[in-house]
Design a protein around this ligand. Structure first.
Ligand code: SF4
Ligand code: MG
Length: 326
């Protein structure tokens, strides 16, 4: 059963020189309780898609078409793009929470982490007593690996990893059904990253929330995701189970990503497994946007836009993409 259904979603950045299609016709389901990994190079539209779904886009970015439906377990649903300002505030904490790339920006520097959890509870659970809130804050921090006495710490007194954990604890405060994490660990060293990700998996078992996890590090996604969606130039080009993507990728870009070791910082860096750089979204190549970089490109690839047919958007083999490598 789906908790989020994204249909034909498009987001443009409206600039002086015309519209930049940052997200184009994306349709994607998030199943209840799953970890969906969203991968792709910088500028592929991952963050824009996530921010659109969380209704966090700011001008000049604008949703130009499509729909996002949120489905509760009781069968009721919400048209996310139609939520008003007040409904949105509640939605963003109680149903869907976001953990950003830089926890330092997400945390309030002049408030202790305990006080920040308390704020969320006080505003959204007005019936909760002060004691219950303090108990819940301590419990949440403990769950993410921060000892309860650290609840009086200010963000700057915590390490990067601890700040990230604190941001996750705050996101969990109201038991949301969906947590969107946008490269929450890229600034951290690899060991801390893996620790936190495995903890997120454990928390998921306990609380049952679904996660959209965004990163360009496909190897990390393989470890923690149930399913993976690959984005290129604003479109989803492949979706599949993490294992299937790993063993038999169908899109040449996915295969390239699997063979790449992307560098952590800086946009538009060349990937070792893929020649060239991501396209300029202001002037996308016609047809399959990947064709200038694709070793498998055929004549029709520069004129025909491959549809996401089944699990892959590639014209090879009658639209089925790469043949099974196994
Ligand atoms: Fe390569 Fe053509 Fe497939 Fe695009 S459609 S990924 S250019 S083979
Ligand atoms: Mg991003």
């Amino acid at each position: 059963m789906n908790v989020l259904e994204i249909r034909d979603l498009s987001v443009d950045y409206l600039s002086g020189g015309g519209a930049v299609h940052a997200v184009a016709d994306v349709s994607l389901d998030l199943r209840r309780g799953e970890i969906l990994g969203l991968a792709g190079e910088s500028g592929s539209g991952k963050s824009t898609l996530a921010n659109a779904v969380a209704r966090l886009l700011r001008p000049p970015a604008a949703i130009t078409s499509g729909s996002v439906v949120y489905r509760r377990q009781d069968g009721s649903s919400e048209d996310v793009l139609a939520l008003g300002r007040k409904e949105l505030r509640a939605f963003r904490w109680k149903e869907l929470a976001v953990v950003f790339q830089s926890a330092m920006n997400a945390l309030n520097p002049v408030s202790t982490v305990g006080a920040q959890i308390d704020d969320v509870l006080r505003i959204h659970r007005p019936g909760m007593s002060r004691n219950d809130r303090a108990e819940r804050a301590a419990e949440l921090l403990q769950r993410v690996g921060i000892s309860a006495d650290r609840r009086r710490a200010y963000p700057h007194e915590l390490s990067g990893g601890m700040r990230q954990r604190a941001a996750i604890a705050i996101a969990l405060a109201l038991n949301p059904e969906v947590i969107i994490m946008d490269e929450p660990t890229t600034a951290l060293d690899v060991v801390v990253q893996r620790d936190i990700l495995h903890e997120i998996r454990a928390l998921r078992e306990e609380y049952g929330f679904a996660v959209v996890f965004i990163t360009h590090d496909l190897s990390l996604l393989m470890e923690i995701s149930d399913r993976i969606a690959i984005m290129y130039a604003g479109r989803v080009v492949e979706t599949g189970g993490a294992r299937a993507i790993h063993t038999s990728p169908r899109h040449p870009y996915t295969l390239g990503l699997l063979r790449s070791f992307p560098r952590l910082h800086g946009p538009r860096e060349q990937l070792l497994g893929i020649p060239g750089t991501p396209p300029d979204l202001r002037s996308l190549p016609p047809g399959c946007a990947f064709h200038p970089r694709c070793g498998k490109a055929m004549a029709e690839c520069s004129s025909e836009l491959p549809a996401l047919d089944g699990d892959v958007a590639c014209l090879l083999n009658g639209g089925r993409g790469l043949e099974d490598a196994s």
